[in-house]
Structures are given as structure tokens and as C-alpha cells.
Design a protein around this ligand. Sequence first.
Ligand code: PLP
Length: 404
Amino acid sequence: MPGYELFGAQERKEVNDVLETGILMRYGFDGMRNGVWKAKELEKELCSAFGVAHAQLLSSGTAALTTAMVALGIGAGDEVIMPSFTFVASFEAVLSVGAIPVLVDIDDTLTLDPRAVEAAITPRTKAVMPVHMCGSMAQLDELMAICKAHKLLLLEDACQAIGATYNGRSLGTIGDAGTFSLDFVKIITCGEGGAVLTNNEETYRKCDQYTDHGHDHMGKDRGADLHPYIGYNFRISELHAAVGLAQVRRLQEFLTLQKRNHSIIADVLSGVEGLTFRRIPDPAGDAGSFLSFFLPTEEMARAAVAAFAAEGVGGNFYWYDNNWHYIRKWQHLQNGSWMNRLYDEQKKQVLHYSNQAFAISDAIMSRCISSSISLLWDESQARARAVKMADILTRVIAENTVTA
Ligand SMILES: *Cc1c(COP(=O)(O)O)cnc(C)c1O
């Protein structure tokens, strides 16, 4: 799955370029930096690699989501529809701009069920935020049609899906804006970092300003910049950008390995009777960072997770019990444990949505295992792992099937 597995000479070279000049900041110091502008270079590279007009780097994927929402004009009292299965960062980002997260059920794509989205629309809905979990995509045609019909913004959380595509277009470049995370465990990494992608010039300009205290970056002297809006500091450093630059140039190499190992495992597991797989709206566009599959029952899924662990098959995620990715275990949210006081209406709505039952999502997530795909396996290692997994799954399904 992650780019950190192949950290090497290219990454060291790019970081060294920055260390040679000692200019660790992305802005200014023109005379001292010897023409080294890693953040700027990485933004250009993101545009060409993913076919998008603008890219803004930031300090994290969470900051990217927050900034994208700000730039799109999402704020106090606005409702943002998002899936019950996500990473907690997507939820945090909605709260951070004063908006209200509205969680809805997923389907067997492991992200937004378009019917659930439609049912959740109110006069206050401002945006739909699909989260392209585990390297694969939401049903974007359906979601785009809903957004168009109801005049809603589409913000793609593509933090886990760098390099995945939908009908030939890169995830994160299809909606009004999209975000990548470049944190340490993502498909490519900066150490810590993120990006907002957009084809809209004004949205981009606002992101550029918001991430640097509102500086308009129009003049030669940063100190004399004007500040059309209030901003924050979500800047990335040159050291982080340097790592990302090396990694994005290796993305195709990573994806080739990842997809090869993914298809070896998928081929073998497809022979296991009773096992079904996550529905992928555009299979050719799957980044292959995980293989997600469903056991017939929750009991079998739990037994399989236990057997994988007992028999040394690592990297299998049972999100249903995970307290970062699935609403069911977000106890801090359900208890209303926030540090800064929310305004009353936001608090009321958040608690309401957090305590809602998600029976449809539960029925899917309780049977789901996502198996992460390593870049380090050669073909025979991938095959050996696949055979071991298939044996365990076959046994678990047989042992838990009551024969009449
Ligand atoms: C990782 C991740 C984020 C947040 O990214 P950070 O860079 O860790 O802040 C947001 N959404 C999803 C789906 C993620 O997986």
C-alpha cells in the first residue's frame, strides 16, 4: 500500500537539494535558494500527473479538507453529507469550518449510497463529500447527477486514493475540488502533507491564500503582500515537499507493483466459495492498495480476522471494530467530548447524527475485511500469501456453516 515501503535514493536526493541551500520554507528567500523550489515544483508535477489545472500543497490531508471547504464557501450551519465509513479526519474537517456533518449509509462500494445521499438532502445541504476509501471510488456519475439536480458542491476526499481513476479521470479532480493526503501511510507520502486539487481558478486562489495567513502572493516581497481574506497557516515545508516530489515521480512504479500483487490475491480468493468482493464502479481505475471482501456473516468475518492474526497473515483490517474509520466506535463523538465549545445548534445536530443507527452500513461493515497490499512482495510471495488466505477463509466458512 504505502510509498514509505520504497523510500530510497530518489527521496534522499530531493531532500538533500533543500539541505544544501538551508531554505526550508516554501516562500521567499529568492536569492539564497539557488533556484530550489520543491513545493512549487511538486504542485506543477501534481497538475501534470493528475490532469488538473491547479494544486495547492498543505501541511496535511485534514488541512486540505478544511481549506477546500473554506474556499468553496462552506461554513456555519451548512450541512455536508458524508459516508458513515470514512476516516475521522473528514468529520473533523467539517466541524472545523463550523458546518454540520450529516452521515449517511454506505453500500457495497464501501462508500456513499446515492439513494441515502438523496434522502438526506435538506434546504441547508451545501455539499456532498464522497470518501474514496481504500484505493477505490464512489459512484461518481450518480453523485454528480444528484449534485447537479440539487445545486450542491461535490468535494472528493481522495486522501486514500491517489492514482486511482474513474472513467479515465483521476480521483480528486472530478468534483468542484478534491483532496489528497500525503501522510506517512498513504499511497505516496511527504512524511506529513496534503493537497487540494481543483480546476476552478478562484477556488485555487482562495486555497493559496488561506494556507498562508491570507497572503495574496501577488508581489515580489511577501512582507508587502495584501490580504484579501483572513487565513491560517497550513503551509508545507520544503523538506516535506522534496520527499513528495520524489514519490509522485515514482507513482506509476508503485501502482504497477500494487496492482500486480492485488490481482494475484484477488484471483486466488475469487475461488473461495461464499466470499464476495467490494463493488468497484470502475474496476480499471482501482489503485489496488487494498482488497476488500465480505464473508457471509459477521461471525465468519470475526473468525477469519482471528485466524489471520493467529496464523501470521498481517495487514487485514476489520473496520467494524476500528475507532478511527467507522462511526460505530467514535465514542468521543457520541459522548460529545469536544475541547472547544461548539455553538448550540451545531452541537445538537452533531449529537443527533452521531447517535443515529446505521443498520445498513453495519450489515455491510460487520462482514467486511480489507487486506492491504504491499509493494514489497514479489510474485511468489504474493501468491503464497493468497493461498494461505484462501485456505483460512475456506476453512472458516466451512466451520461456521451449519449443514442441515
Ligand atoms: C488520511 C486521511 C485523511 C487525512 O489526512 P492527514 O494527512 O492524515 O491529515 C482524510 N481522509 C481520509 C479518507 C484519509 O484516509
